[in-house]
Write a protein that binds this ligand. Structure first.
Ligand code: PMV
Length: 321
């Protein structure tokens, strides 16, 4: 056992296909490495086996973890212990911090799960298959979301751009060329569970209407995949704006998101949309290099709480901002 072990996991962006992905349509997501969840594990007080202290004021209010509880971290620790054949945990202190805004469509919950699983592995010196870590993170997502598609935990665990269909192995996307996104936070916190539940209610009341929206999104996602893999990447812009229009009809946008999308487009973005659960959280805009500052300034002027710029590259991921 180590003295101390620290692990991280990135945030994520859904480029296309959120919500429809819950209904078996494809979606595309990328990891965002400049936003990161960090978990450090270190020894707790001696002779207190089975006791786990928590130091994560940004994300969890408890200071000691009840391993029998249905709290996300309690469930994560139980599933990890089962998979790694750990009978009883040694006394440990788990410290978690995150630069990913919570409840804002950037995968904060799944990143915290993955960082914590990686830290447990490192500290306890066990190594589980990456599929097992992904599947534990998925089980924990169910506590946050109810009926998650699994896209968040998958893109964060594998840290690659993915084309994802629920209950199917994901496909890694090879990017044809670089592209830049400006990300902007509305500052409005919105729980994915609530929005996903509302979409489900709508779908149950009028399945034909909602299935039609999901089908429109599926078409957009598949067109987007073609331009991500074969170019031209500028085609992604209008597809993003089209995806946003469908999400708006679905009722998962909100006035502030619409306002930021319009501001980005007016400032010269090639396309813009919300990302993740919606009704708050973050939006993304595709921008040419020459427009990055203009779009970023326009978004700040329009009331964004923070902005980031991320560059996706064919070989690896470079982010700055
Ligand atoms: O809001 P986030 O980052 O948890 O993303 C949710 C994405 C949805 O498609 C709305 C739900 C899901 O489980 O895929």
């Amino acid at each position: 056992m180590k003295e101390k072990f620290t692990a991280t996991a990135p945030g994520k962006i859904i480029l296309f296909g959120e919500h429809a992905v819950v209904y078996q349509r494809p979606a595309i997501a990328i990891p965002v490495h400049q936003l990161v969840a960090t978990t450090t594990i270190q020894p707790g007080y001696p002779n207190q086996s089975g006791r786990i202290w928590l130091d994560a004021p940004q994300v969890f209010s408890q200071t000691e973890l009840d391993l029998d509880s249905n709290q996300p971290l309690g469930v994560l620790l139980r599933l990890f212990a089962n998979a790694a054949h750990i009978k009883e945990y040694p006394p440990i202190i788990i410290s978690i911090s995150s630069t990913i805004p919570v409840a804002s469509g950037m995968g904060s919950g799944a990143s915290i799960s993955v960082a914590t699983l990686r830290a447990l592995q490192g500290y306890l010196e066990v190594e589980l298959p990456v599929e097992t870590l992904n599947s534990i993170a998925y089980q924990v997502e169910k506590i946050y979301h109810g009926t998650p598609s699994g896209i968040d935990n998958t893109v964060i665990t594998y840290e690659q751009p993915i084309y994802f269909i629920r209950n199917q192995p994901f496909q890694k996307l090879n990017l044809h060329e670089d592209f830049k996104l400006v990300i902007a936070d509305t500052g409005i916190r919105s729980t994915t569970l609530e929005v996903v539940t509302d979409v489900r209610k709508g779908w149950q009341e009028d399945p034909q209407f909602f299935n039609n929206l999901f089908d429109q999104i599926e078409k957009i996602v598949n067109e987007a995949r073609r331009s991500i893999e074969n170019g031209p990447i500028t085609d992604l812009g209008p597809l993003m704006t089209k995806n946003q229009a469908v999400l708006k009809v679905m009722g998962v946008s909100c006035p502030r998101l619409d306002y930021l999308v319009d501001a980005a487009l007016f400032a010269g973005a090639l396309g813009a949309k919300l990302t993740g659960g919606g009704r708050g959280g973050n939006m993304i805009a595709l921008v040419n290099e020459s427009k990055v500052m203009e779009v970023r300034n326009a978004l700040m002027h329009a009331g964004a709480k923070s902005t980031w710029v991320t560059t996706e590259s064919p070989n690896n991921h470079h982010e700055h901002g």
